[in-house]
Design a protein around this ligand. Sequence first.
Ligand SMILES: Cc1cc2nc3c(=O)[nH]c(=O)nc-3n(C[C@H](O)[C@H](O)[C@H](O)COP(=O)(O)OP(=O)(O)OC[C@H]3O[C@@H](n4cnc5c(N)ncnc54)[C@H](O)[C@@H]3O)c2cc1C
Ligand SMILES: *[C@@H]1O[C@H](CO)[C@@H](O)[C@H](O)[C@H]1NC(C)=O
Ligand SMILES: *[C@@H]1O[C@H](CO)[C@@H](O)[C@H](O)[C@H]1NC(C)=O
Ligand SMILES: *[C@@H]1O[C@H](CO)[C@@H](O)[C@H](O)[C@H]1NC(C)=O
Ligand SMILES: *[C@@H]1O[C@H](CO)[C@@H](O)[C@H](O)[C@H]1NC(C)=O
Ligand SMILES: *[C@@H]1O[C@H](CO)[C@@H](O)[C@H](O)[C@H]1NC(C)=O
Ligand SMILES: *[C@@H]1O[C@H](CO)[C@@H](O)[C@H](O)[C@H]1NC(C)=O
Ligand SMILES: *[C@@H]1O[C@H](CO)[C@@H](O)[C@H](O)[C@H]1NC(C)=O
Ligand SMILES: *[C@@H]1O[C@H](CO)[C@@H](O)[C@H](O)[C@H]1NC(C)=O
Ligand SMILES: *[C@@H]1O[C@H](CO)[C@@H](O)[C@H](O)[C@H]1NC(C)=O
Length: 543
Amino acid sequence: MNYPNSAIFPFVTLSSLLLLLLSSSSSLPWRARATSDSSFPSSSVDSFLQCLGSRSAPLLESVYTQTHPSFESVLRALIRNRRFLTPQTPKPVAIVAPTNVSHVQATVVCAKDNGLQIRIRSGGHDYEGLSYTSNVTFVILDMFNLRSIEVDVHNEVAYVEAGATLGELYYKIANASNVHAFPAGVCPSVGIGGHFTGGGYGNMIRKYGLSVDNILDAQVVDVNGRILDRISMGEDLFWAIRGGGGESFVVIVAWKIKLVRVPEKVTVFDVSLTLEQGATDVAFKWQQVAPKLHEDLFVRLHSTVVNGTLLVNAIGFFLGESEKLIPMVNQSLPELNLTKADCKEMSWLESVLFWADFPAGTPVEALLNRTQGPSDSSKNKSDYVKTVISKMDLETIWKLLIELANSTGANVYMQWNPYGGKMSEIPESDLPFPHRAGNLFLIEYVVYWIEEGTDVSDHNVDRARYMHDQMAPFVSKEPREAFLNYRDNDIGSTGSDRTDFKEAQVYGSKYFKDNFPRLTRVKGMVDPDNFFKNEQSIPPETK
Ligand SMILES: Cc1cc2nc3c(=O)[nH]c(=O)nc-3n(C[C@H](O)[C@H](O)[C@H](O)COP(=O)(O)OP(=O)(O)OC[C@H]3O[C@@H](n4cnc5c(N)ncnc54)[C@H](O)[C@@H]3O)c2cc1C
Ligand SMILES: *[C@@H]1O[C@H](CO)[C@@H](O)[C@H](O)[C@H]1NC(C)=O
Ligand SMILES: *[C@@H]1O[C@H](CO)[C@@H](O)[C@H](O)[C@H]1NC(C)=O
Ligand SMILES: *[C@@H]1O[C@H](CO)[C@@H](O)[C@H](O)[C@H]1NC(C)=O
Ligand SMILES: *[C@@H]1O[C@H](CO)[C@@H](O)[C@H](O)[C@H]1NC(C)=O
Ligand SMILES: *[C@@H]1O[C@H](CO)[C@@H](O)[C@H](O)[C@H]1NC(C)=O
Ligand SMILES: *[C@@H]1O[C@H](CO)[C@@H](O)[C@H](O)[C@H]1NC(C)=O
Ligand SMILES: *[C@@H]1O[C@H](CO)[C@@H](O)[C@H](O)[C@H]1NC(C)=O
Ligand SMILES: *[C@@H]1O[C@H](CO)[C@@H](O)[C@H](O)[C@H]1NC(C)=O
Ligand SMILES: *[C@@H]1O[C@H](CO)[C@@H](O)[C@H](O)[C@H]1NC(C)=O
């Protein structure tokens, strides 16, 4: 990695071409007309806009102030949660959507010089909306135009800009090779920018680890507006942005990633079990075997409530054909009765559609569709499990889930994602993400609903907290660990946009365990005045 900064990310020069290609299915006004709005009460906003204009005149074409006709549609295009799409939700004074890295530099410098906070948004999937809401005057640095992807199969690497989605990345990789892939999340609309920097995992986690375990380099813009790569940023900062949350340190413009190998055919299955069909026995046995299975096999348990009763789905992904898979499952988890009829063989890219719940036969081009359907309101939380939960306790958990569904009228489910394999081989301090050996599985709790209104919302959020409280006996303790990409403002956050150090230690120890102090030291080195911040960011080390 010895080339000069400007040459490392070759797509920067190709970006406009690729942009046209990738944006063909987009409804975003990626080149809207210039705005000439002067009605802002705050003079700092005016001088922010003047500053942008003076540093880079064409940039004003990518600025949407509140009176711009496209302001609302640009703002909403990447809001994934209706809980943050209400009349009360604070809005930015402007959205800046760079089409070149120089615009990112200008936005950072001009915001800092004018005392304005920025929120960086790539895919907008943050569970607490932190990429597009704030309780102080703020600007969104919206990365959706910076989304080129260059795949270099010969060297088994790819360069991907922060505003690309997982679906676009997967499509591009598969378009270049049918035996390469990248280990990241299962939801194609998730943004590269937030996903990778929060860790990022999907159904190849047991074989290849997290997304951040497969990153080689990054292009970032620091608080002084400088463009840095791995060599010029240094190993401390490069460590911090791979799992520590980029938004505390820099703006990530692009990543260089290492592709991984996959067979031409993979196998998937989705077997559902009622309590009568032995769901409890399967869940009990699953905890003992799923984290120890061959690392080519990932079996997620999805537990939900249907018609007032519990339904467990075992959803599988195998890097190989069913002939090899069936005896493996029959040996370790015979309770599933997995047969050839349950198994579907397909290309890795087609398996992405299967895992994302697209109807069978959906063309792979659907992965390029950026137009989202109406979103629900939801509240999610996470936990890590280190010891097997007994059958009796499982029944308690099922009752809790049924009670939660009953008392909210919402849809509820739990996802259990097995660890082990590659995850157990990587030391906890290698990267900020600390949840490695010793974890059987990650739990995600999801409560989602369609009714409007803050009363409904407050009630449902409160019930989700109750469920989480009741789970305490069965999950990790001291700290009760949590996954950064499943952001949860309930953990040590006042919601007041204050990053009090003591409070930060609470969420810091849950998200990062013993890596938190190093994150605060890196923060102190690269952003001592705490420009890059949000309700759960890393504060600079206090001396
Ligand atoms: C439907 C759905 C499915 C999901 N599935 C998975 C999954 O399978 N695996 C998994 O690991 N996670 C999953 N997640 C969680 C997801 O990984 C995180 O929400 C992630 O942070 C989203 O990234 P984003 O760019 O879309 O979000 P954003 O909301 O744009 O960003 C999230 C955070 O990252 C910061 N950020 C964004 N871009 C940058 C940048 N360029 N530079 C610096 N900071 C930046 C933001 O400021 C914010 O704090 C899922 C989320 C949803 C809603
Ligand atoms: C894009 O940004 C780079 C880095 O600041 C700069 O050298 C280049 O001139 C910019 N390109 C355009 C078209 O503005
Ligand atoms: C909760 O997780 C589910 C599944 O990953 C996702 O569809 C939903 O958008 C998430 N909720 C929030 C608040 O983002
Ligand atoms: C690659 O993408 C192009 C353009 O989208 C398409 O025409 C072609 O069929 C794809 N090739 C493969 C191997 O997926
Ligand atoms: C698996 O087979 C056994 C024995 O035939 C049966 O008791 C059990 O209900 C089956 N389980 C499922 C999930 O079909
Ligand atoms: C739930 O009830 C509906 C209506 O009675 C029925 O159509 C559906 O099959 C039931 N679902 C399950 C999983 O039992
Ligand atoms: C599982 O293994 C047993 C014993 O080896 C065998 O009798 C049974 O048919 C196998 N089941 C499947 C679904 O392959
Ligand atoms: C893209 O997805 C949206 C929302 O699901 C859908 O309405 C639209 O038809 C899709 N567009 C294409 C081209 O498939
Ligand atoms: C669900 O709630 C109703 C009253 O709202 C109650 O009668 C019923 O017993 C509850 N069911 C369960 C399974 O908790
Ligand atoms: C803003 O403040 C309100 C009221 O205190 C709080 O409910 C909300 O979570 C805060 N929003 C953010 C993004 O912190």
